[in-house]
Design a protein around this ligand. Sequence first.
Ligand SMILES: [Ca+2]
Length: 268
Amino acid sequence: ATIIEILAHRTIAQSGTTPILFVSLYIYIYIVFLILFLSLITKSLTFVQGAGTEEACLIDILASRSKAEIKEIIATYKKEHGKSLEDDVCGDTSGMFQRVLVSLLTAGRDESTKVDEAQAVQDAKDIYEAGEAHWGTDEVKFLTVLCVRNRNHLLRVFQEYQKISGRDIEDSIKREMSGCLEDAFLAIVKCMKNKPAFFAERLYKSMKGLGTTDSVLIRIMVARAEIDMLDIKAEFLKMYGKTLHSFIKGDTSGDYRKILLELCGGEK
Ligand SMILES: [Ca+2]
C-alpha cells in the first residue's frame, strides 16, 4: 500500500502500537515539510525571474520598434486611454530602468546607417570603462550609447567592445547589471544584433518548462505574424533544433492552439 493509502486508512488512534504511531507521525511531518519546501522553491523562482510580465512587455515592445512605430504607439495610446504613455511608464517604473524606457519612448535613436569609426571605438571604450573596468557600474554610459546610436554603428561598437574587453557585450551586461535594467539592455543589444532571434528566444522561454506565459506567447505571435514570422521560425529552428510549429503544438491545446498555429503558418 502507498503512504497515502496507509495515512488515509489508518488514523493514529487506530494504529495502536507505538512504533506505528511514530512512523505515521514521521511520514506526516515529512509530507508537510515537503509541501512547504516546494512552495518556497516556487516562490523564490518567481522572484528571481526579474522583470515581471508587465515590465517584460514594455521592454519587448520599446526595445524592438522603430522610431516611426513608437510614435504611432504613443499616438494610439493617447487616443485610447486619454493619457500620455510616457507619464504612465514613469508612474509605474523607477530609477535607471525608467530612464531607459523613457529614452526609448522619446525615440532619440539615430536611424541612419552611418558608422562613425572613431566614435564607435570611443563608445566601446566608454562602455568598458563604465562597466568592467570600473568598480560598480556607470549605467548612464550604457544608456547613452545603447539607446541613442544607430544599428550599424552599434554592431561596430559591439565588435570593438569584444576586442577591448575580451567579452561579449551581453556577458558584460549580465555581469554588471541585474533585474529589469539588465533585461532592458539585453533586449536592446539582442534586437540590434538579430531581431528575429530575439523574438524566437522570447517565444521559446514563454513555453519551455512548467506552464506557458500565455500573455507573452499571444502578444508576440499576434504582433509578428505579418512582419517577420518566417525569419523568427527559421531562427527558432536554428537555435532550438525544433520547429516553432511543433513547440506550440506540444504546449497548447484547443481553439487557442488552432489560432496560434494559424498565426505561425506552416511547419517550416
Ligand atoms: Ca563594474
